[in-house]
Design a protein around this ligand. Sequence first.
Ligand code: MSP
Length: 522
Amino acid sequence: MDEFFYITTPIYYVNDEPHIGHAYTTILADVLARFARLRGRPTFFLTGVDEHGQKVQNAARKLDLDPQTYVNDMALRWQDTWKRLNISYDYFIRTTQSRHAKVVEHILQNLWQRGEIYRGEYEGWYCVADERFWTEKDLVDGLCPECGRPVERIVEANYFFRMSAYQDWLVDYIHTHPGFIRPEWRRNEVLGFLRQPLEDLCISRPASRLSWGIPLPFDPAYVTYVWFDALLNYVTAAGYLQKAPLPPASFETVWPSAIHLIGKDILTTHSVYWLTMLKAAGLPQPKGIFAHGWWVLEGAKISKSRGGTVKPLELADVYSVDAFRYFLLRDMTLGQDAEFSRERLDSRYHVDLANNLGNLLQRLAQLVTRRGGTIPQPGEETDLEQQLRGLCTSLPQQVFDLVEDFAVNQALERIFDALTAVNQYLENTAPWKASKAGGPTPGAPEGVARLGTILYTACEALRLCSVLLAPVIPKKAAEVWQRLGWQPPEPLAQGLAWGGLQPGAPVTVGDPLFPRKEEVRE
Ligand code: MSP
């Protein structure tokens, strides 16, 4: 069996509205999952929401709702957004599910019994918004270094996970597993962080201050720190301790293949807290962690407060869901930050999607319609056809390799280069000049055959490219297939071989695939 592909997104804080940053991580995971499925790999794609903690408790209180009612409503909103953006997740986890609470309690109890968790006194600066303690030297001008808000001095008894005991192990693990944290410079960042002595991790909050969490099984006067709870979602969903696992395979098969897709802001929690937690619990490590950059507006991270300007669903309404998905993946380079701009979205829409792809389909469908309306029989190939066919048949492997390397933007570039080559091929062969001198003459047998070869080759190249685009623009790709009279085979990977179009299949000219937009609204 092909290697299992288990891809996760962070579970999002349920008190936030989905914005472009969340949409990006989720769409990227969706595209990676769809590519894995296209390659025939057994796949499990997980996303969900992080429902416990101070922020959620506060948000519910503001609305005068009990937290459970509040999170039930918010979880639906997140699910609606993902449905609208065509996210093909296999499971949506919620940390208030009892299956998850059982896993968290089991791990806590186990670590407590083995002395990996101990009771101690905590004194520090606490940021309510980020739910994090900071040391004196972390503070910037006395304020939270992450969000700039005021912090509170708190002294209290708490429970601690002996994270410091795993520092040497962790450094060694990262050194001996070179591709584990990607991109490379993020891995170095983690190693840099680990040059300082690692402290133990406070994993509890007194229930008197924060009641909205999973109670510690060995001391119900405390609830579990939200990150300790949240990170464990990845093993819950992989079927840990459950008789009927959610994924289509056992926990032992699924879990070690996990790839955590995260934003750079949560790299430490994933590469330090999470890996040491797994180690202490005696669980295997995931396959890897990939940290992408941020979408920024004039250099600053797009977040809740700045998210109002970039609401994913509004953009998807204007440009279509597929165009929005394409733009996000095409414009962000592996691991780096990307500046969001409406002009760039508009330009990608018109140059790549409306012109290169949409016009090509329109042009071809019209040409085919003029000569009978069905896919023609191809005749003998010249060098031009052979070149284009060679380019298209080598494309799937190149695209898969780039995607495997998280370079989705480059993979898309290759596919659109191929579409440019198809457009160029049409310029070179000029089928529309068919009746003019020098061109293939309709009516003359060699002219008919030549024209058939040209149209077949161009349509087939477009079809093949559209199969590779399906993970990113699933609806529009299916529209291309329908117009070219092509029924996608099961499994779809068979459609990556040259020669899928059947001569005689009916071709239809429809409305433009990506209609031009008159103006860019700011
Ligand atoms: N609940 C935690 C994660 C727990 S995972 C066990 C959390 N949630 S969050 O709602 O704040 O979402 C964080 C994730 O959203 C980031 O890691 C990133 O993937 C994505 N993004 C949020 N803003 C972003 C941008 N402006 N740009 C790109 N992605 C960012 O942290």
